[in-house]
Design a protein. Structure first.
Lengths: 290, 340
């Protein structure tokens, strides 16, 4: 296989991988603090993209648009927690999962109402052009995707390790009772985690739309893939989730390039499911952590 | 004995409910309303698949968001056997159901090594894989445009085809209902309940009692899959052309909504949930265009999501608990409340 084709696959894989990693991160943030598997995570991504399209169309410049899209989506996330999850906090985990599924459905319906059936696209941010390198094409949006994902990852890492709120979040994740004993409000942390996950989703949604377009129905498949990525990496470790996302992205890109067309999603997803079934604890966690 | 005592006893028997159902079903076609027939057939299909889901989630406590996979497998296998290999449609029903059961058994063995919510996640992912697989294999399945010209089930020709399907579907519903009700009250049913987190059991509880949880989990998964598959096969021969979009993730979520709305504690919940959701859908399709004159797909989505959230929040045991309380038609087994 010639090197420029390989390079092309790697680039596509990185693009996809960043998105799946971001979704997985959003799932991780919520799950680690609240033990809720948020099936509406993909909808946050969809909202981020859709809102960006609409706001730009209204003539608002790029940076305020992105900020607004993120803030609005964060509030949707807050709504999900405060109005839907919190009142049911004493119910079982599966109730929470179904609640988020119901919310996702309703969000899809609302998106369909507001934006209709069609795909929405965006021009590359600042109209970055495609770069041709060694026979492969780096799509103009790719630097934005990779950079924003890096910022999210590093930002999250710094947040968790250097700030008080981040440490409080980790405390809630590791030991909710202990956290409450030292005065951390687990409810506030849960609310914050939902907003954070929504914001992360929105950023990745906005950033991927120039490349892949967005429509009302992209939410569920993205959630499923992001979830698979998170499981593969090990839902308990942030690093694992990112690795999982990249792995899924690369698997999809490789399958798309090397296999008869159309089967790539099947191959990538099945391969990952198989890996997961063989190694349920994920690729990154060690035997001692579960 | 006094009449009231007889009535009391009758009220508590499941057989009474079934007889009532049979009466309603028998008289329904006499109304000669084609629209009503179509809706009731639709409710029938959903009831079968949802019953499978309730057996899996309500009794064994396993979350599976993949019923669409087996509904689709039933439809496509039956369709392919009939179209490509000219096998008699009735035979394809049997073959498809058995094949799906085996596949589900194998899948179950692999999946149920995991515990908890992750099972739901994996079934969701498998659903997505199935959907993409069907879409990609255009040579065999007709791809995104679907498979056409699936032959009808031979009916002997003495009634209209849709009436025939009506009887086929609802006869299946009744048979499977009786099967499920018996299963629930049997040794198998009790073993499943012991595993069920929602009714106070757990994997450990069951294991301590000597129950082989893997065997039962995979088994009930297969049974639930066969329910869905049977419905799918009949559906294929009814609709005559099937497309992948029907068997996506949304279908599985819809089934879950019907099950939760109806009530997970009894197979009757499947009928109730299916009837309610189909009814509400039709209602929306009548009413919404009066206000907006557009298609109702968006409102349906919003409504389904809303129903799911509202039911889980305010009535987690489903409508069947309301029904039982109002009519006191319950018996011993339906007074236990199984809710997520």
């Amino acid at each position: 296989m010639n090197p420029s084709a390989l390079l092309q696959f790697l680039i596509s894989g990185m693009n996809l991988g960043c998105i799946y990693a971001a979704i997985g991160l959003g799932l991780f943030v919520v799950y680690s603090v609240t033990r809720v598997l948020n099936l509406a995570q993909g909808e946050f991504v969809m909202l981020g993209g859709m809102l960006t399209v609409s706001l730009l169309r209204m003539g608002i410049p790029l940076l305020p648009t992105l900020l607004l899209a993120v803030v609005i989506t964060a509030f949707v996330g807050a709504f999900l927690y405060q109005v839907i999850i919190y009142p049911a906090r004493n119910s079982s985990g599966s109730t929470h999962v179904f609640l988020t599924a119901g919310f996702a459905f309703s969000l899809e319906g609302i998106a369909l109402l507001v934006w209709g059936w069609g795909d929405r696209g965006l021009p590359n941010f600042l109209n970055s052009p495609n770069i041709h390198l060694w026979g492969a094409t780096i799509f103009g949006q790719t630097p934005w995707i990779v950079v924003s994902t890096l910022i999210m990852v590093i930002g999250l890492f710094l947040f968790y390790s250097r700030t008080i709120q981040g440490k409080a979040l980790r405390a809630c994740a590791d030991q909710p009772l202990g956290a409450r004993i030292v005065g951390i409000s687990t409810e506030k942390m849960a609310l914050f985690s939902f907003m954070l996950a929504a914001a992360l989703g929105a950023i990745s949604g906005a950033v991927i739309t120039p490349l892949t377009m967005t429509s009302y129905g992209v939410g569920l498949p993205l959630t499923v893939k992001g979830m698979l990525a998170a499981f593969i990496g090990g839902l308990n470790k942030a690093e694992g989730v990112i690795v999982g996302g990249i792995v899924l992205g690369l698997a999809e890109a490789m399958s798309a390039g090397l296999m008869p067309s159309g089967y790539y999603e099947v191959i990538a997803l099945s391969a990952l499911i198989l890996v997961f079934l063989c190694r349920p604890r994920g690729l990154v966690t060690t035997q001692s952590e579960v | 004995m006094e009449i009231s005592k007889v009535v009391e006893i009758l009220k508590r028997q499941q057989s009474t409910k079934i007889l009532l159902l049979l009466c309603i079903l028998f008289f329904m076609p006499l109304l000669n309303n084609l629209y009503l027939n179509t809706i009731v057939i639709s409710i029938g299909f959903y009831s079968i698949v949802t019953m499978g889901f309730i057996l899996l989630m309500g009794f064994a406590g396993q979350i599976s968001l993949g019923q669409a996979i087996f509904f689709g497998l039933g439809a496509y296998i039956s369709g392919i056997l009939a179209v490509k290999y000219d096998i008699s449609p009735w035979l394809t029903l049997v073959l498809a159901t058995v094949t799906t059961g085996c596949i589900a058994m194998l899948l179950g063995r692999a999946i149920f090594r995991l515990r908890g919510l992750i099972v739901g996640g994996i079934t969701l992912a498998l659903n997505l894989v199935f959907f993409n697989l069907v879409q990609s294999m255009s040579g065999i399945t007709g791809g995104a445009t679907g498979m056409m010209n699936i032959p009808q089930l031979p009916s002997g020709g003495f009634m209209s085809y849709s009436l025939f399907i009506y009887y086929v579907v609802w006869l299946s519903v009744i048979l499977l209902l009786v099967f499920s009700l018996n299963l629930v009250n049997s040794r198998v049913g009790r073993a499943l309940k012991a595993m069920n987190l929602f009714s106070g059991g757990s994997d450990v509880t069951a294991q301590v009692m000597g129950i082989n949880i893997m065997k039962y989990k995979a088994g009930i998964f297969a049974v639930s899959a066969m329910f869905a598959s049977l419905a799918g096969s009949i559906y294929a021969h009814y609709i005559s052309c099937i497309e992948p979009a029907t068997f996506g993730v949304s279908y599985s979520v819809m089934i879950a909504i019907m099950a939760i709305l109806g009530g997970l504690s009894s197979p009757w919940g499947a009928l109730l949930g299916a009837a309610l959701i189909v009814g509400i859908t039709e209602l929306l399709r009548e009413i919404i265009p009066l206000f907006t004159g557009g298609t109702t797909g968006a409102y349906e989505l919003i409504a389904y999501g809303f129903i799911l959230m509202a039911t889980l929040r305010y009535l987690p045991s489903g409508m069947i608990s309301v029904f039982n309380r109002l009519t006191k038609l319950g018996d011993k087994s339906s007074t236990e409340v199984i809710s997520p």
